[in-house]
Design a protein around this ligand. Sequence first.
Ligand code: HEM
Length: 360
Amino acid sequence: MPAFHKQRINAYRDEMVAIIQSVLNELQINQPADIAKVMRILTMRVATKTLFGSDVGEEGGSSGRLLESVGGLLSNSKTSLLPFDIPGLHYHQMLNQMALVDEEMLRIIRQKRARGTDDGDVLSMLIQARDAETGLALTEDELLGHVSVIFSAGHDTSANALTWTLFLLSQHPEITANLLDELESVLQGPPTVEQLQQLPLLERVIKESMRILPPVPWNARVTSEPTTLSGYDLPEGTEVFVSIYQTHHISEVYPNPEKFDPKRWESFEPNMFEYNPFSAGSRICIGAGFAMMEIKIVLAMVLMQYRLQFLPNLAVERNGIIVMSPKYGMPMSVHKQDRQFSLGVGGVWGNVREMVQLPQ
Ligand code: HEM
């Protein structure tokens, strides 16, 4: 857990800014780009760097690319429909890729362990962690498990939060104009950790985006003893699914729930049963602080430099089993920030319209 304490997270800021800028520099002005892909590359590079430090290259290393491909196979319905280890099937391919991921991660873990230094990254901290009672270090298998979970949980989620937010902003020109006004009144360049506290509209935009299109739309628990829930008797071992998405669209809690309205957060403080994009309770997302800082910095840096224009007449469909992503990516044309926010508004079709009100 110390790797995710506030002080430690703040120390990741400079590295984040450098990686974000190097990815944004690859965007070509007046050309279309799949913003979903750009955000994935960006958060993957941030995750690999903060996780493994200098043990992976600037590009995120082969570990990043391998995990990407496992992630793709994992969320492919063909993998879950035929879960058999038979050559030619997606499931077989996924198992092979996972073995390669393990191999690559073990190589990094062994290399770092042998050096025995604290490089300031998450893996260094996990290697040095000792059980308070037994004094034992994590085994290689435990390290492998933690690193894979943190990597997977820590980049696709933030990438989709960013993609959905940029999409929502592209369809709400007035909110985007107000947000840019706020950013320009506080910032001279990429935000510092202190400046992130002075951007209330940015915070509300992200909160509202994760309310209306939560990157993780559901989670689950297993009952550890017999219990009763809303009049239903649940024996021990029952799987209970919680819809974060439905919770965030309850009209008694959120009037006009399909309206993207960051203003609603000016006077509303929900409890953890009403708003839980990072889940709640003792297993709440360990990376929530990290994610909020990363998302804020990326949005500020993107908006201050570029205007992303939605390409009309494209379908935006929800997709994914664990993380909700746009099925066909998010193609947008990239422009220097010229405040022409009304361009590219409308012309969206697809089932995203069931989740959020959008202009025609
Ligand atoms: C917008 C971004 C993110 C969202 C929406 C998100 C959401 C979630 C949710 C809903 C859970 C499930 C918790 C439960 O079962 O109740 C979770 C768990 C987790 N998340 Fe995140 N997450 C995000 C970013 C991150 C980042 C950046 C990291 C790490 C760098 C991270 C690491 C984890 C880990 C390790 C867990 C498992 C925690 C446990 O079981 O104790 N997440 N996250």
